[in-house]
Ligand binder design. Structure first.
Ligand SMILES: Nc1ncnc2c1ncn2[C@@H]1O[C@H](COP(=O)(O)OP(=O)(O)OP(=O)(O)O)[C@@H](O)[C@H]1O
Ligand SMILES: [Zn+2]
Length: 768
């Protein structure tokens, strides 16, 4: 008899675990690791995932009491390593195992059981399926067939098919009614119709010049050193990590491409993670131009059908390279020899819902489990990765840093000027541009060169404030200041989405909600305002292209805007954080930062790190070609080390300062930190629950080795979201502490409580 170890998909902390079920003979051939199955669990039906198949039950389990697997609902989506990775994530991030396993399933599948009106458990399966296309081609006899003179549709179809097989759908677009013509011709044996699987999500071709990756004549010394270190790590086959610490434009992508080629030659496959927002046509194009059809692309902007087909390419072994956002880590590729995480410092690698895993950490675990190498790349590596490289090892594997301090060819890092906005006299009162930035923009317009302008929008949305009482309108359901949208004259909450029509001063209808004054005026600038000012400043023949959440909302808009910028003879690209990374346009000679310091003021211990990273990344968009680049950074905080270090491209001056602060306050990379957030409609219930949990944790860590700190409970910065009150507890622990299991244990030990939710965020990034 064989037994399946099944994790039921009932994601509550109380019943999270793995249970034995017998595999009946009828299912012997189909019930394997990675299958979704139907089982009965605690007198109900449940969907579950098979994480192991064994031939003996654990000691002490009575075989007579073991229930059978009822049905196999879906074929294997993951292997034993996938199952172990999910179980590692569950422990590390104090998340239910079933929620981690769901990450590994085929996209677009929901398999759930629910109670119907009669109280019976029912199974609901909703599944994205492969789709076929009808293809038509002329048969041997068809090739000699000459349609009658007046059969014009028939003639056009035969003419089109003479050039080769075609999709019937495409043919119908050319010749209306082609479908029925094909059917008629097929009946006469003149045309053959065949069904072929269509692969969705391959993407449209782009005209972007940077979307190809021509093989360079020579690699730089840095690139060679990086490839050498990666080769050693790959050959060691035990999860060793190489950090490619390469300045902007140093050619990290070329290193990835060559490293992948090398593992491909050895018959192994590769996974490449890039941040969701830099998963652009450019990035995809570079991988496609080198590996062609051997690449699958996975990210959340694809439809579920597209995602399913791309995922299935990996499972069926038709591709050996997967490029994608966070979730591509769980693609069902066999024989993975290399995992690459580009822009490894990016905060978006941390998932903000359960399981709250960090893709860099999960990638390290995956590389270890698969006997692969992990490559991390960045111009601004995370302090965690730098610290592990300094130590030389972390969790039993080697961490090596290779630096690539130079750009290939003749190009150099741009020169950087910091403009202190406090001392800059702006002759045109209220302009967002200082005179040096204005002059530089005009100069580029004259020379017909391109510029990039960053508006640091995080924490700096435009808002309304009453000049008489100082009141800032906030959302009644959330504790967030409302954002003012000038063009639609409305105030919107970016937390819950509510919006109200409001006109700001000097409109006569203006009225402060607090004191009734009519001086409710706009503060801060948005991208639209910058765009408007640019159009006023620059001659008409300069294209102004705006890229932000609004202009990129529709599918393909992102690529179209970049293509427009690429094709333009002289243009300014103005945008939010999304323009800071990865863009490779050699004609850009000027980068301007409208407001550098807004991110510095966020109540977050990573604020300085984030600001430095953003500025260094966006500065790196300038001077990537032959002409030298110039960067102008406007700030009210010119003396902050995170800002002044960018001016000299000298990370060490900022690092020294930052590490000292982190050490003093016992923050990562010197400690691990977890943020536990409790939320509920009743403020009292949230308070009581939070206090009880803090007491449990304090008692649990008492006497533990190393330094432990339990802070709070305290009100969250966003103290109310969608009418729910929020309090949090912060736990700091030694870097080698098993933080997840400990916190999970404390949470389980509390008696059940309705109405208050608990989110445990281990290695938290969002502390608000
Ligand atoms: N050895 C080389 N010789 C000449 N050109 C190269 C070489 N390696 C890379 N390049 C080119 O240099 C440019 C910059 O490379 P790439 O975009 O990979 O840089 P990067 O390190 O990823 O930069 P960033 O961190 O700023 O995104 C690309 O256009 C690439 O084709
Ligand atoms: Zn709200």
């Amino acid at each position: 008899m064989r037994y399946a170890k099944v994790v039921p998909d009932i994601p509550t902390r109380a019943i999270d675990g793995c249970f034995d079920y017998a595999i009946p003979d009828a299912l012997a051939g189909s019930c394997d690791v990675g299958c979704t199955v139907l089982v009965s669990f605690a007198h109900r039906l449940a969907v579950g995932y098979v994480v192991d198949v064994v031939s003996e039950l654990a000691e002490g389990v009575n075989p007579l009491r073991v229930l059978p697997v009822e049905r196999v609902l879906a074929e294997p989506a993951f292997d034993r390593v996938g199952a172990r990775l999910a179980q590692w994530m569950a422990a590390e991030y104090a998340a239910p195992a079933s929620v981690c396993l769901r990450l590994m399933l085929a996209p677009g599948q929901t398999t759930r059981v629910h109670k119907d009106e009669a109280g019976e458990w029912r199974l609901a399966v909703d599944r994205t399926k492969a789709v076929d296309d009808r293809w038509a081609q002329l048969s041997v006899t068809g090739r000699g067939f000459v349609p009658r003179r007046n059969a014009s549709r028939q003639r056009r179809v035969v003419e089109a098919l003479a050039a080769g097989p075609m999709r019937v759908a495409e043919l119908s677009a050319m010749v209306p009614g082609a479908g029925s013509v094909v059917t008629a011709l097929a009946k006469r044996g003149l045309v053959e119709v065949e069904h072929r699987r269509r692969i969705r999500g391959v993407g449209e071709p782009t005209s972007l010049s940077s979307a190809s990756a021509p093989r360079p004549d020579h690699l730089t010394d840095g690139q060679l050193a990086a490839l050498d270190a990666i080769a050693r790590a790959t050959d060691a086959g035990c999860g060793d990590v190489v950090l490619v610490d390469g300045v902007t434009g140093s050619g990290k992508t070329e290193v990835y491409l060559d490293a992948i080629e090398r593992v491909r030659e050895r018959g192994r496959s590769a996974i490449v993670l890039v941040p969701e927002i830099s998963l652009t046509a450019q990035t995809v194009g570079r991988f496609r131009s080198r590996f062609g059809d051997d690449v699958a692309i996975l990210h959340s902007r694809l439809s579920s059908g597209e995602r399913f087909d791309q995922w299935d390419l990996a499972r069926s072994g038709r591709v050996h390279v997967v490029v994608g956002a966070r979730s591509a880590l769980f693609a069902p590729l066999s024989n993975v020899g290399l995992v690459i995480v580009d822009e490894e410092h990016e905060g978006s690698y941390k998932q903000d819902q359960a399981p709250r895993y960090h893709a860099r950490e999960a990638a390290a675990e995956l590389a270890r489990l698969r006997g692969a190498a992990l490559v991390l790349g960045s111009a601004t590596p995370s302090l965690e990765s730098l610290e592990r490289c300094r130590a030389g090892s972390w969790r039993g594997v080697r961490w090596t840093r290779v630096s690539m301090p130079e750009r290939p060819g003749g190009s150099r890092l741009p020169s950087v000027r910091i403009i202190d906005m406090r001392s800059t006299f702006s002759p045109k009162g209220g302009s967002v541009f200082s005179s040096p930035l204005r002059d530089a923009l005009l100069d580029r317009a004259e020379k017909r060169e391109k510029s990039v302008l960053l508006l640091n929008r995080r924490g700096f949305a435009s808002f309304l404030m009453c000049r008489e009482c100082g009141c800032v309108p906030t959302c009644p359901h959330c504790s967030t200041a409302l954002t003012y949208h000038e063009r639609t004259h409305s105030l919107a909450c970016h937390t819950c989405g509510s919006a109200w029509p409001v006109r700001a001063y000097p409109d006569p209808s203006t009225k402060c909600p607090n004191c009734g004054s009519r001086y409710l005026a706009q503060y801060g600038v948005g991208t639209q305002r910058v765009e408007d000012e640019l159009r006023m400043l620059l001659p008409e023949d300069v294209d102004v292209i705006r890229m932000d959440a609004d202009t990129t909302a529709t599918k393909g808009a992102h690529t179209r805007l970049l293509e427009q910028f690429d094709a333009s003879e002289c243009a300014v690209l103005v945008g939010t954080q999304m323009i800071a990374k990865g863009l490779d346009f050699p004609e850009v000679t000027l980068v301007g930062v409208v407001n550098a310091d807004t991110t510095l003021k966020l109540p977050d211990f990573r604020a300085a790190e984030r600001t430095y990273n953003l500025l260094e990344q966006v500065a790196g968009r300038a001077g990537r070609g032959e002409r030298p680049g110039e960067v102008i950074i406007q700030t009210y905080w010119a003396t902050h080390p995170a800002i002044s270090a960018v001016a000299t491209h000298d990370r060490s001056s900022y690092l020294g300062y930052e590490l000292e602060q982190r050490d003093e306050a016992y923050y990562p990379p010197y400690s691990r930190l977890a943020n536990l957030t409790l939320a509920g409609l009743s403020e009292r219930a949230v308070r009581e629950r939070a206090s009880a949990l803090a007491v449990k944790i304090r008692a649990r860590v008492e006497g533990m080795e190393g330094e432990w700190e339990v802070l709070g409970p305290a009100e969250c910065v966003r103290s109310k979201v969608k009418d729910r009150y929020r309090r949090h507890i912060v736990v700091k622990a030694p870097v080698d502490a098993e933080l997840g299991p400990l916190l999970d244990e404390c949470a389980r030990a509390l008696p059940a409580c309705k109405g208050v939710t608990l989110a445990i965020d281990v290695d938290a990034y969002d502390m608000l």
